[in-house]
Design a binder for this molecule. Structure first.
Ligand code: AMP
Ligand code: MN
Ligand code: MN
Ligand code: MN
Length: 281
């Protein structure tokens, strides 16, 4: 079997970050969706890894420990997935803790920014959607705004309130690219540029990002992801060919009915690409 045909889903979220299902419930949903190689990649947090691995292995899936790190590069946010990391690694754990530090204060600032455009008490509202105030994310704000009737859907919230440059957007300094990549590699993992099609960079900036990623030892990008359109699958397959990147695939599932695609339901990678998971099978 061509390894691109394996139903690998190496990007999704649980209640440990901004998903709505527990790690074990995400595992069950991945398995029900036909996934055989799976990774839970919560934002800046490894707290779900033990439960995810136990549930995955009980269901007969191959489990790869994962995390999605928030990075600031050239003034904008880039997400770097760390795949097959050691979740107990001290340097990685400390790096993620420092990256999470500041989410709470930023949440308060988002609440103030939304109050200024006529949406009061959004921070308190968003807090009701997470058990861990230090993990407060724009996704929790988005769910609150939808449920409170300010918007039709979470993507509508990002388009109108929380996306870059919108009234509720609050800039934030996340980890440095070089640091995030060092934490991942020193924890035995492989850094992967998540959903490159989501970043609002110029072609020159994209080329600089890919060059710097390669210089820092980066070898893989996501190509087929729930955060890309089908046109972007083709675009980033070509980027993988041009730069010689290995390719990854993942739904970026957060919650039932939210987002474009469910666990295990994406099309396979183009068969000529080298899947990043091949090195661990
Ligand atoms: P934060 O880390 O708090 O900045 O939140 C980022 C999260 O917001 C991402 O991980 C996604 O889950 C979600 N997100 C970002 N952009 C969008 C969008 N356009 N539509 C829906 N969700 C989005
Ligand atoms: Mn998210
Ligand atoms: Mn992401
Ligand atoms: Mn994600």
């Amino acid at each position: 079997m061509n390894p691109t045909a394996i139903n690998a889903d190496l990007h999704c979220h649980s209640t440990v970050s901004d998903g709505q299902l527990s790690p074990a419930d995400v595992a069950a949903r991945a398995h029900a969706g036909g996934v055989t190689v799976w990774s839970l990649t919560d934002h800046d947090q490894l707290g779900g890894q033990r439960e995810a691995r136990a549930a995955a292995e009980a269901l007969g899936m191959r489990y790869l420990a994962g995390v999605e790190i928030s990075v600031t590069w050239a003034g904008r946010t880039v997400h770097i997935v760390g795949m097959n990391v050691d979740p107990e690694n001290e340097e990685l754990r400390n790096g993620l803790a420092s990256t999470r530090n500041g989410r709470a204060a930023r949440g308060v600032a988002i609440g103030e920014a939304l109050a200024a455009v006529g949406i009061p008490n959004a921070y308190e509202g968003a807090l009701r959607y997470t058990d861990d105030p230090d993990m407060i994310s724009r996704t929790h704000f988005a769910r609150f705004l939808v449920d409170a009737g300010y918007a039709q859907s979470t993507s509508d919230v990002f388009a109108r309130y929380l996306g870059d440059g919108k009234p509720g957007f609050v800039g934030h300094r996340w980890a440095k690219l070089a640091d995030a990549m060092r934490w991942i590699r020193n924890a035995g993992g492989e850094p992967i540029i998540a959903h490159p099609g989501r970043y609002d960079y110029t072609p020159v900036e994209f080329a600089a990002l890919f060059d710097e990623f390669i210089q820092l030892g980066g070898k893989a990008i996501e190509v087929v992801t729930g955060s890309h359109t089908p046109d972007q699958y083709r675009e980033y397959a070509d980027v993988a060919r041009k730069y010689g990147f290995e390719a990854s695939r993942g739904s970026d599932f957060h919650a039932p009915g939210e987002g474009r695609i469910d666990l295990g339901q994406l099309p396979p990678l183009p068969p000529d690409l080298k899947p990043v998971w091949q090195r661990w099978l």
